[in-house]
Design a protein around this ligand. Structure first.
Ligand code: HEM
Length: 519
């Protein structure tokens, strides 16, 4: 009893019991305070440092724990044919996971109803160390070269002078980046506002490689398909109605579903291509602005993920979680997708700044397996990650004095060979518009109506040169697409000349249902 009481006693971080947490020390009842108030100074100065920098993108997020269960097969074949990654091999094998969902552009408390891609980042705590699959809900991206990423994010953010969100800056950038046409087509359709985090797909977007025991590689794309909860997207009006009541509906939805035992589930599917340039395709398989056709490259289910536990502390587990595309395990590899390679530098770079040098020692980021390095010290070093039998004096390798040893290679290394000029060049099959047109034609009628409505609404405030370039891009994708946007903008101009600038939004007659799709 006495022991339990002790456990509940408030202390400071030095372990000193705190007997007065209400009053600072002052000279006399009304006098000035003194500087040796250790408890007060520790408490307030810790509070002063409670926030770390937000993520530079994807600042608004929610997370949950769960597990991934492997099927052991891909398309009826034993998965070992394609990859030796241990987490996939045995049917029924479970690997713990932590997933963080997010919106992209705005700050940590921005509304979750914004038209924006959604992040879908999964950390697999495998027996071979961590694997992060850092994806989005949409299966493609705006750009294909990482050099453009900071400009893209600046253009999508509020104006640096007024701090106001201005669609003209967004469309200025994308009209000068024709490769974005396909992504803009998804983003301005209902697929740009998933109903919540549970009822959306996920995708690795970039092309990766799988490597088997013989060191042979295939190209692979990853996709998360929601199982029982299905897919649901919102019209702009539906999103506006939610936003009038709450800015956190998606976080709340995920948390409450897990609390009531309604665990969301996704199936992990892969698309596989042989590891070459595929000259028969009208695009480069390494181009992240492109979908791989379902018929030609079917979705092969390889396992399912269940999220069944909410974090106990948002800051420790969600805010400090650090995912990166460089975090792969044996049997999984990079491709030469340039965007992927640029991303891979950026994630751990920002995390050393955002969370700190020793961010990988935090429980949410640390692997749940053997970790033994000779990395030492640095800000907030939490412990020495050495092996139990390691000579503590030997923090280097190689050594004959009881230091760490290199591991045995797990299989034949995949060794792509290169013999080419060093260049700065666009890829040779950019084909910026064909798939945007295909996507436009595949939409259901209400999705196309909503796309045109949203585009016109945003583009109507843009300069004519931007409007015209966007119409040209949409026309190249599909003449009907370009025509409808052009007509909508012409009508918006007539309305604003005669009736005031918000007339199109107020008068639009659009379908109000949201879609359930499984493809
Ligand atoms: C977060 C960079 C493209 C998905 C981030 C962060 C950076 C970044 C710096 C913040 C990370 C942190 O603070 O922990 C980049 C760069 C890109 C790129 C340089 C292109 C060159 C993409 C693409 C996707 C994506 C194509 C989707 C496939 C995400 C997700 C997060 C994120 C989901 C949030 C991870 C989390 O929940 O902590 N990105 N990104 N990014 N990025 Fe990217």
């Amino acid at each position: 009893m006495e022991k339990d009481k002790e456990k509940m006693t408030l202390t400071n971080r030095q372990g000193h019991p705190i007997s007065d947490n209400q009053n600072i020390r002052t000279i006399g009842n009304r006098g000035p305070s003194t500087l040796e108030n250790y408890h007060f100074i520790e408490k307030i100065s810790h509070f002063d440092r409670e926030r770390i920098p937000e993520r530079v993108v994807h600042a608004r997020g929610a997370g949950a724990h769960g597990y991934f269960e492997a099927y052991g097969k891909a398309g009826g074949e034993p998965i070992a044919k394609y990859t030796r990654a241990k987490l996939f091999q045995e049917a029924g094998k479970r690997t713990p996971v932590f997933v963080r969902f997010s919106t992209v552009v705005h700050g940590g408390h921005s509304p979750e109803t914004f038209r924006d891609p959604r992040g879908f980042a999964a950390k697999f705590y495998t027996e071979d160390g961590n694997w992060d699959l850092v994806g989005n809900n949409l299966k493609i991206f705006f750009i294909r070269d990482p050099l453009k990423f900071p400009d893209m994010v600046h253009a999508f953010r509020p104006d640096p002078v007024t701090n106001l969100q201005n669609p003209e800056r967004f469309f200025d950038f994308v009209s000068n980046s024709p490769e974005a046409t396909h992504m803009v087509t998804f983003l301005y359709s209902p697929w740009g506002i998933p109903a919540n985090y549970r009822q959306m797909q996920g995708s690795g977007v970039n092309t990766y490689k799988w490597v088997n025991q013989a060191g042979e590689a295939v190209l692979v794309k990853y996709h998360w398909e929601p199982l029982k909860q299905g897919i649901k997207n919102l019209t702009q009006k539906e999103a506006d109605a939610i936003q009038a009541k709450t800015t956190s509906h998606a976080t709340q939805d995920l948390y409450e579903a897990i609390e009531r035992g309604d665990y969301p589930e996704w199936e992990l599917c892969v698309q596989i291509m042989s590891d070459d340039e595929h000259p028969e395709l009208d695009f480069d398989p390494l181009d992240p602005t492109k979908l791989w056709d379902h018929e030609q490259f079917p979705f092969l289910p390889v396992g399912k993920m269940v999220l069944d536990r909410n974090p106990e502390n948002y800051f420790a587990e969600v805010e400090q979680a650090a995912f990166g595309t460089g975090v792969l395990v044996d049997g999984l590899d990079f491709s030469d997708d340039k965007l992927l390679q640029g991303r891979t530098f950026s994630y751990s770079d920002t995390q050393r700044y955002r969370v700190g040098t020793n961010y990988l020692q935090l429980p949410i980021n640390a692997p749940k397996t053997h970790v033994a390095t000779n990395q030492r010290d640095g800000q907030m070093a939490y412990m020495v990650d050495r092996a139990p039998g390691q000579n503590p004096h030997v923090n280097y390798e190689p050594s004959s004095l009881g230091g760490l040893k290199e591991a045995t290679p797990p299989g034949k290394e995949h060794q792509p060979t290169y013999n080419d000029k060093l260049v700065r060049e666009k890829i040779s099959r950019p084909n910026d518009f064909t798939q945007a047109g295909e996507t436009y034609r595949k939409f259901e009628d209400w999705e196309r109506d909503e796309l045109i409505y949203n585009l016109v609404n945003a583009l109507k405030i843009c300069k004519p040169v931007i409007q015209q370039t966007m119409i040209d891009h949409f026309t190249k994708a599909d003449p009907d697409y370009g025509r409808r946007v052009a007509e909508g903008l012409a009508q918006a101009k007539v309305d604003s000349d005669h009736l005031g600038s918000d007339s199109l939004r107020d008068g639009a007659d659009l379908a109000q249902r949201s879609g359930q799709r499984t493809d």
